[in-house]
Design a protein. Sequence first.
Length: 377
Amino acid sequence: MEIERQYEENTGRLALYAYEWDLTQSVSKKVNRSFLGYEQPVQNAQQHAAVVREAICWSYGRTLGNIAVCNEDMLGRFPGQHGNDAVLDCDIVAAGKMRNGQDRWWCRTHQCHWGTKGDIQDSVAHGLVRCSGHAQPMSYVVDPRHIKIQDFAEVGIWCSMPPALTHNGVPPPRRPKIHVHVREKPGADKVIDQDFQALSLHYNATDNLFGNAEISKVHLTPPSALEFVLALESGKLMDCINCRDCGYPHLDLGDFARIAHRKHLCGNCGRDNTWSKIPIASTPLKPLHDQFSRANQYVDVTAEINLDEYAGLPFQVWASTPAVLWTAERPQERGIHVHVYKDGQYLVDNTFGVVRYQGKVLQRADLLSTMVAGTIN
């Protein structure tokens, strides 16, 4: 069973048909021809339109990602504005050839290749192109919050992990989020101070971060933020490599984000012809971080707090972590961040160098390990 492309003049789309060869005739003929669906363009022109609806979707446990959804048909498949239960159609693009010379395709939604005999037979049986990951639930945000970096004096973005310690002990594990601080003037009150499920970060196209002037935003998801922060904290080598075939920046996640490598599989077009000069983990957050983080220096906080003096009050404790993005002129603080509440309001909201609890001094490294262990990814 093989795949045939057919250009439709009335729609301008490439239709995919499965067929078999009848070898019993003197001249072989194509038989059992079945329509499967449409091949998508590798470069989505809608992404560069002035105004366009979009969604960001991702799956935990992946090793790479391609997370923008602008296809109007797919946008209509999300069950709500955000959640973890979207089952989306496959988004198939051409991805070169398999070893046997047959065409190979890539599903940008579920991040896996398609085109084996078993894949084609399954698609014929169900009347649509679907990859092996078609039933995988996706996390998603429709019409995510957009932040234009240059519109604000200070933008700080962190990966939000669960506290290492609370007044009730170690909290239950949870998935990461993205915490954002935004100030319109340096040192002024924050106009944004909250967690988000995903963000769309815009910058001036003239900055040309990815060698492509049409790319002027980076989508930020919790898995990509978590891997980036852990790499910053541990000092692992990162860079951002662009696909040699489609030009899209490459995003490593999971094991590929933690183990440097030279050969890179593109999450946008599914081709693996791109090699870096040295082993790296690739992420589009690296050029964004380097370009706009004006003060990537850190200052170790020396202030002290004794939580035993706040007995009976609810509290939360985190190890501070490097920011994904930090545009303030002042250095980032390194230490232990503490919240203490009274009557539902912050009594303490600050970072300390020494934190005592139950007569012991808490260690930042131990707290960070607890936070990472409690983060489901």
